[in-house]
Write a protein that binds this ligand. Structure first.
Ligand code: RP5
Length: 176
């Protein structure tokens, strides 16, 4: 069996109920060809495991952690407290406060222990930000990231061209 590549990103979810979001992050990381691992570790329900994971992450070869959580989302902050690796927080928009609680918990970390927080329910930005951090040292990731950016640019240009063509041929509606 071929050996699995060494994971560079740890994708950590606060609960089984965050799985769908973890899978989306994983899909975007795969698109960018980034080896990663996924775990469910709770800052509140399994704090010892969460701390151990963050403490050992760098020596195990991880370079970035993406932490996904909703409600009083302490997971990324707690992981950041136990590692010097960059931690990207992905807040989820569930619960009675619709994710404002999770967003503020991540983005409002006290000075000295930052969590690089992306927008609510935005797994793509979490993966792309991880790729950008890795791209500084990993030329293969950089090449794939730049290719992905070129494709993104092209898809907007294409949409614009199609809009221009359709509006050029569109027959204006008669005024009432
Ligand atoms: C957070 O609380 C988790 O990240 C999840 O988004 C939210 C709800 O968790 P469950 O009660 O569904 O396990 O810790």
């Amino acid at each position: 069996m071929p050996e699995q590549p060494q994971p560079l990103v740890g994708v950590v979810m606060g609960s089984k109920s965050d799985l769908e979001w973890g899978q989306q992050v994983s899909r975007y990381l795969q698109e960018l060809g980034i080896p990663h691992e996924s775990r469910i570790l709770s800052a509140h329900r399994t704090p010892v495991e969460a701390a151990h994971y963050a403490q050992s992450a760098a020596e195990r070869g991880l370079a970035v952690i993406i932490a996904i959580a909703g409600l009083a989302a302490h997971l990324p902050g707690v992981l950041a407290a136990y590692t010097w690796l960059p931690v990207i927080g992905l807040p989820l928009a569930g619960g009675p406060l619709r994710g404002q609680d999770a967003l503020y918990a991540m983005v409002q970390m006290p000075p000295g222990v930052p969590v690089a927080t992306v927008g609510l329910d935005n797994p793509r930005n979490a993966a792309v930000l991880a790729a950008q951090i890795l791209a500084v040292r990993h030329s293969d990731v950089r090449a794939r990231l730049l290719q992905w950016r070129r494709e993104q640019t092209e898809s907007v240009r294409l949409a614009d061209r199609q809009l221009q063509q359709s509006s050029a041929t569109a027959v204006p509606e008669p005024r009432p």
